[in-house]
Design a protein around this ligand. Structure first.
Ligand SMILES: [Zn+2]
Ligand SMILES: [Zn+2]
Length: 480
């Protein structure tokens, strides 16, 4: 596999220097977020950058490793400063590409752009332009926050203004996978001889379940199109305690099929964050997520196994993989909450293509505790006065209320559900279901060892993140 790396040049026809309006020749061009197109600010002509060509579009044909030239390893020894000669006046214009890719000529005021790839991660293969205006995003963020004011932190309520939202292009790695999978395991199907025995007075019921046990095999081809992973180490840590990065993660997916070739003019007026991760440092997490997607893709073939399936063997053979990098657009509101010496950065983020929104709102804990306690006391009296075998569960009302509200405001569990939301295709599915035996007197209503709903690739805590950066990349793309 390693000697089979194909690098597709994604900046063909891109040029450094004055990037002119095709109609009037002005260099003053920026994105019109109403249309997602580039607009000449002089003659108002609108146009789009071309699509990247040469990458494999039929993922079922993908073989070996394909990489966009904008996704090559970052070279830290690279000289970031590029000097361009202005085509209009001949002056020398210096652009430090570690932080930006455009600069205005001091003498003739024309804008000079870097559109050819630089090996420092600042120019990806593609960009997905903003298509939601700032006003739309402001309104959405406002509506989102207004629905969660009752338990919101006092300072937050006072200081919140939807006016200071910013548009950010975040860097992502986009992966396509062509694979062959072979899963083997055991499945349980409940049978009619299941019964439930009621034991005397107030003790819980005892269940005796029965099931038919089957041996299952699923052999299939699977393609995954556009699996998306953060390509900035700061945002990759979705379980950071200081920043609510999971909020930004959860507004995926993007309509990445509409990405166009990188052009600096798309970024004008927006913030952007540079890629600082080499794509192969993500290979473990991509592998885990790919396996999760494969596992979930099978669940709709397993309806018969209502008690669950235990996969003993999950073989995923990657026939082809394609890696590319892109800037994807996000409208972001951030609020820093200071709690003693702890600081938490809360985000409200809007996907600037699909309008999907998610946010973390700091909580007024004294207020939430008081309301939860009142509910707990009501629950206590309900337990005393309501005649019901399981009246003790009323005692958990206050706790449940607290947890539900906490999650509703903070959305700590929000994340991109790649295992369900990825674009996949299954083909050549061969299913084998062999009856093994009938099982009786099972104590649980579900198969205890079932793992067909397990998700392995979602948890990426600090420890795992550190491990990630210790991995030596086994393929040095620069040398190829
Ligand atoms: Zn023009
Ligand atoms: Zn000039």
């Amino acid at each position: 596999m390693q000697d089979n790396i194909k690098i597709v040049k994604t900046d063909i026809n891109s040029k450094n220097g004055q990037d002119k309006c095709p109609k009037c020749g002005s260099t003053d061009i920026s994105l019109n977020p109403n249309t997602g197109k580039l607009r000449c600010n002089f003659c108002r002509y609108e146009f789009v950058e071309e699509k990247v060509t040469g990458l494999e579009e039929d993922i079922s044909k993908l073989e070996g490793k394909v990489i966009g030239s904008g996704s090559k390893n970052i070279n830290s020894n690279n000289d970031n400063v590029i000097t361009l000669k202005c085509e209009s006046c001949g002056a020398e214009v210096v652009i430090d590409t570690s932080s930006k890719t455009q600069s205005r000529c001091h003498w003739c005021r024309n804008i000079l752009s870097i559109n050819k790839q630089v090996p420092n991660g600042i120019i990806p293969d593609m960009v997905l332009p903003f298509k939601i205006t700032k006003e739309e995003a402001e309104k959405q963020i406002n509506d989102f926050v207004k629905k969660k004011t009752f338990f919101a932190n006092k300072n937050f309520k006072k200081e919140f203004t939807n006016k200071n939202i910013i548009g950010v292009y975040f860097p992502y790695v986009i992966i396509d996978i062509n694979s062959h999978c072979n899963f083997k395991g055991l499945g349980e199907h409940s049978t009619d001889d299941t019964y439930i025995e009621r034991l005397p007075i107030n003790s819980p019921t005892k269940g005796y379940y029965s099931a038919d046990l089957y041996e299952i095999t699923r052999d299939f081809d699977l393609t995954i199109e556009g699996l998306t992973v953060e390509a900035n180490s700061d945002k990759l840590n979705n379980f950071s305690k200081e920043k609510t990065n999971n909020i930004i993660n959860s507004i995926m997916p993007f309509d990445i099929e509409n990405c166009v070739k990188y052009n600096s003019n798309y970024l004008k007026g927006f913030n952007s964050q540079k890629r600082d991760i080499n794509i192969y440092d993500l290979k473990n997490i991509v592998k885990m997520q790919t396996k999760d997607i494969a596992r979930f893709s099978l669940n709709k073939t397993l309806d018969f196994y209502d008690r669950g399936v235990y996969w003993q063997q999950e073989i995923l053979d990657i026939k082809g993989e394609q890696w590319k990098t892109a800037y994807l657009p996000v409208w972001l509101y951030s609020y820093q909450q200071v709690k003693g010496n702890k600081k938490i950065l809360h985000y409200v983020a809007v996907n600037a293509r699909t309008k999907e929104i998610m946010g973390s709102i700091p909580i007024n804990f004294p207020k939430l505790l008081i309301v939860s306690s009142i509910i707990e006391i009501i629950g206590f009296f309900m337990m005393l006065y309501i005649d019901f075998d399981y009246s003790f569960i009323f005692l958990s009302l206050g706790i449940i209320y607290f947890l539900v509200m906490f999650l509703r405001y903070r959305n700590l569990n929000a994340r991109y559900e790649y295992e369900k939301e990825s674009k996949i295709k299954i083909s050549n599915l061969k299913s084998i279901d062999n009856y093994v035996r009938h099982e009786v007197d099972l104590k649980d209503s579900k198969m205890t060892s079932a793992n067909n709903q397990d998700i392995a690739g979602k948890v990426l805590d600090n420890q795992e993140l550190n491990k990630l950066f210790e991995i030596k990349t086994d393929v040095d793309i620069e040398k190829k």
